[in-house]
Design a protein around this ligand. Structure first.
Ligand code: PEP
Ligand code: MG
Length: 588
């Protein structure tokens, strides 16, 4: 049956593919004790469900081995089939039915918990993550038990054309970054906000994504055919032929538009009245530098190094960090690379840091050590509380600076003394490197992110002590409006166009320009083509965004008149009313 769900559009584009359910959630099943005489019947019911799932997987395997089918799908199916027949799952569940007279669903979930706990013990991160597969196999069996198994014959298209669409209740940034190495067509999550790091990673992957869906994980079944309209935030489940054809056409058109935009790669990023606008790339992992180069970026405006610290039990040592940073610097071949120091905490969790008494809280908000992790010991606050860890990173960044223009960017500064302490540690790192005879750029620039309102409102220490500024609009909006950027419940209040936000951004750009420190914007606003003219009108000349967004923004730059925009935006900034601001914005 066709139905549509609506959520928050966070990464544009259209994906058409099969649902791949990813679960963290504890499965809710009915739990009851069987009468002795019902045990045999329950065992038969259980065996039938397992046989049904085995047949489903067999059918899937045949389709997955067809030429052109995504290789990942075939791998998923094989692993799932192995888990299903493993005695530690089904035999153990059977024992629970026999010995403890648990109903089949309950037995299955209990055994799943035992196995998941065992997987958690694995040293190897890859093996640990395989517990997801156990959960998914158990879910398939549960669906078969409850009679909700989907009929494979309901398929309307050949699997070979389809992409995998990940459907999850929630995905942490650490989960999402792992999809970089897989060919995933789209993302759907029940939770999340538009500038949560999960959404940011989806945009960096340039794949359609919708978050804040509320019920998607519950209503969608594995292998359901889905259309993800990432621009409108609409998900269509089991579409009919006509809708499918329409979306296939639209998808082809979008691909055509994207390939036409590629011609802009070598075009000058210049406004109609001759203002040069520098377009930089945001990256999360070293391999992204190639994408930045391909998109014709003027450099890297934000390298979020915290992703190197995620999904692992041991912290990266100085040499490993140095290799990662040097890779980016070398790929960019002399173009500036802005490396941000560790911005861990809030929704960005690194389990290797979890037990250090830091505020690096888990993304579920529950297992963290503070009530409000976004207001806790995150980013520079954490680094200053762990000087040895911070020095290790500073030395690695400095060593990379020997291989090309490198800049250091400090996140979450609010106090003048935080700038002073940071600069002292940079000097100490330099001293240590001189002693160990490592080469580095003595004049490496150090900049600060303006992402806390206090920093934007009391800018003098930043202008006096730093070499450059970069405005992090994602957090600036979060802290100005008191809206948790990851919380779906308040996502409608997260408003980049709020007059208070716009004024803070404009004031920072203008004060920086007056002081000879022209700032960049590296938050998500910089990559939104609808806001390009607004930011140019505020005086912004450096934008940093995901490589996938760069050419669309360049297209806007080339249609902008900076002189005219300055006048219009000055007028817009005087309004306090949202509707007037929107009206003025449309006129730019
Ligand atoms: C920001 O806050 O705008 C920013 C660029 O940093 P992050 O999104 O990583 O917090
Ligand atoms: Mg930030």
């Amino acid at each position: 049956m066709t139905f549509a769900l609506h959520g928050m559009a966070v990464s544009a584009g259209i994906a058409i593919g099969r649902a791949h359910l990813v679960s963290h959630a504890m499965l809710e099943v009915s739990q009851y004790q069987l009468r002795e005489r019902d045990v045999v019947g329950e065992l038969i019911r259980f065996d039938k469900a397992v046989a049904l799932v085995a047949a489903e997987l067999d059918a899937l395997r045949t389709e997955a081995s067809a030429p052109g089918a995504p290789a990942e799908l075939s791998a998923f199916v094989d692993v799932h089939a192995m888990i299903l027949v493993d005695p530690s799952l089904s035999e153990a569940a059977r024992d629970l039915i026999r010995a403890r007279r648990c109903n089949a669903e309950w037995a299955m979930v209990q055994q799943m918990e035992v196995l998941v706990a065992q997987f958690d013990e694995f040293e190897d991160a890859y093996l640990r993550e395989r517990k997801q597969d156990v959960v998914q196999v158990v879910e398939r069996v549960l669906k078969a038990l409850t009679g909700k198994a989907r009929k494979l014959s309901r398929r309307k298209t050949a699997l070979v054309d389809d992409e995998l669409i990940v459907v999850a209740h929630d995905l942490s940034p650490a989960d999402t970054i792992q999809f970089k190495s897989l060919k995933i067509g789209g993302f759907i999550t029940d939770l999340g906000g538009s500038t949560s790091h999960t959404a940011i990673v989806a945009r960096s992957l340039a794949i359609p994504a919708i978050v804040g869906m509320q019920q998607a994980r519950r209503l969608i079944q594995d292998d359901d055919l889905l259309i993800v309209d990432g621009a409108r935030g609409v998900l269509i489940v089991d579409p009919d032929k006509r809708v499918l054809e329409e979306y296939r056409l639209r998808k082809t058109e979008l691909e055509l538009e994207r390939s036409k935009r590629k011609r802009l790669k070598t075009a000058r990023s210049e406004t109609l009245d001759g203002q040069l606008i520098e377009l930089y790339a945001n990256i999360e992992v070293p391999q992204d530098a190639e994408l930045a180069k391909e998109a014709g970026a003027d450099g890297i405006g934000l390298y979020r190094t915290e992703f190197l610290f995620m999904n692992r039990d041991e912290l990266p040592d100085e040499d490993e960090q140095f290799e990662a940073y040097r890779h980016v610097v070398k790929v960019m071949a002399g173009k500036p690379v802005t490396i941000r120091s560790l911005d861990i905490g809030a929704d960005k969790d690194a389990r290797a840091l979890r037990n250090r008494g830091s505020g690096s809280s888990s993304s579920d908000g529950g297992s963290g050590q503070t009530t409000n992790p976004a207001l806790g010991l995150r980013a520079i606050r954490f680094c200053l509380s762990e000087p040895q860890l911070f020095l290790r990173q500073l030395r690695a960044i400095l060593r990379a600076s020997h291989f090309g223009k490198t800049r250091l960017l400090i996140p979450m500064l609010a106090h003048a003394f935080e700038i002073e302490q940071t600069l002292s540690l940079v000097e100490l790192a330099k001293l240590q490197l001189r002693e160990s005879r490592h080469k580095f750029d003595e004049g490496m620039e150090v900049g600060g992110m303006i992402e806390i309102p206090a920093a934007a409102l009391a800018l003098s220490p930043f202008l006096r002590q730093l070499d450059f500024l970069s405005i992090g609009t994602n957090d600036l909006i979060q802290y100005t409006l008191a809206i948790d950027r990851t919380d779906r419940a308040v996502a409608h209040l997260y408003d980049p166009q709020h007059p208070a936000v716009l004024r803070l951004i404009a004031q920072t750009i203008q004060a920086g320009t007056r002081a000879g420190l022209p700032g960049a914007v590296c938050g998500e606003m910089a990559g939104d083509p609808k806001l390009t003219k607004l930011l140019i009108g505020m005086g912004l000349r450096q934008f940093s965004m995901h490589p996938a967004q760069l050419l669309e923004v360049k297209q806007q730059v080339m249609m902008a008149d900076a002189t005219q925009l300055a006048v219009r935006v000055a007028k817009l900034l005087k309004f306090d009313e949202a509707d007037k601001i929107s009206e003025q914005l449309d006129k730019l």
